[in-house]
Design a protein. Sequence first.
Length: 189
Amino acid sequence: MKLWIQALRLFLVLTLVTGVVYPAVVTGVAQLLFHHQANGSLVIKNGKLIGSELLAQKFRGDGYFWPRPSAADFVTVPSGASHWGPTSAALKEAALKREAAFRQTNHLFQGASLPPDVVFASGSGLDPHISPEAARLQADRIVRARKLSEEKRQRLYHLIGQYTEAPQFGILGEPRVNVFRLNLAVDSL
């Protein structure tokens, strides 16, 4: 019986420490030091919540930069990948369709090299980033759709550079552009 009481005490202490104290401390520190990020990096415009910098949104108009394809159609609840392997015929078919659509919409010739992030969906289906190359390939479509002057065209290319983020800590990942933030900046043109 003594062993059961000790086990129960240990269970209660560990539950209190790991289930209450530790989460409360981590949440408190996060709220103090990283308030914006801890609350989902939400973006509010004109007093209205319009999205999060951390989640891709379905931008498909010709006047906007497009995010990576999404196997979950940008829905957060069933987010995830298609789970198609590298030898999957369905993956190949989907990639070829995406490639053809991207080339046609952006007026790119058949031999033009495309970055993989315009053809393949991200693992979560909600990745808000694309490569700077993918953004540059879309810029002329946006210029045409918005009928931008040469000066604003140059500003658009400058925005791509301005919103390009370096690899995390200088070594993790590749340079990337947050499509949501970039599209908000494009609207200000």
